[in-house]
Design a protein around this ligand. Sequence first.
Ligand SMILES: *Cc1c(COP(=O)(O)O)cnc(C)c1O
Length: 230
Amino acid sequence: MTQLAQALHSVRDSLAAAAQAAGRQPAEVTLLAVSKTFPADAIRAVYAAGQRAFGENYVQELAGKAAELADLAIEWHFIGPLQSNKTRQVAEVAHWVHSIDRLKVAERLSAQRPAGMPPLNVCVQVNVSGEDSKSGCALEEAPALLRAVAALPNLRLRGLMCIPEPTPDAALLAARFGVLRQLQQQMAAEGMQLDTLSMGMSADMPQAVAAGSTMVRVGTAIFGSRHYPA
Ligand SMILES: *Cc1c(COP(=O)(O)O)cnc(C)c1O
């Protein structure tokens, strides 16, 4: 078995253990393999080990890899910050976008989704860390944004995403993830069913699963450390 296949299996085992520890079924939590900065060959190896959903942060990189790997049945998730002038390529290539933080981006994705493709699955990214984070819409603005996104024709609103600030404080992490869970329940009370909570990364996967995550986004624990060009 290759090293990447081994790492994938080990992450799958940890995920199953985290689900079990939380009294949940492993099948309730989808594993998204975050492949940003890693070459197409690494994705091929992880795909060959059974992984189908891959996450990318940069538009050019997503478009390049999607073209290079067009022979594989990959489900592409865009999870990075998205500028409104770069939505077209994402609308044409991605199956999911997790990082909707304002209506303009959602409107453009809906308008640019090619006819004949299924609706683009989307999550609204919420800032659950207050002043410690700049990404995601403010919690107070989330309900209105969710209602507006739900009305767009070529998007399928699936749920919520967050990236808490890195912290070793388990109670703080639980509180941050809890904010997303509470928002999901608040929206359910007004009749909006959101089936996805995209939360948890390599460092905080068990805490996210305990807090109700349905999709964890794991990069480092599968692919190794990232090296960014200087
Ligand atoms: C890079 C990234 C991840 C994966 O992080 P790891 O710590 O490498 O697991 C998850 N989510 C988002 C939004 C990311 O940008």
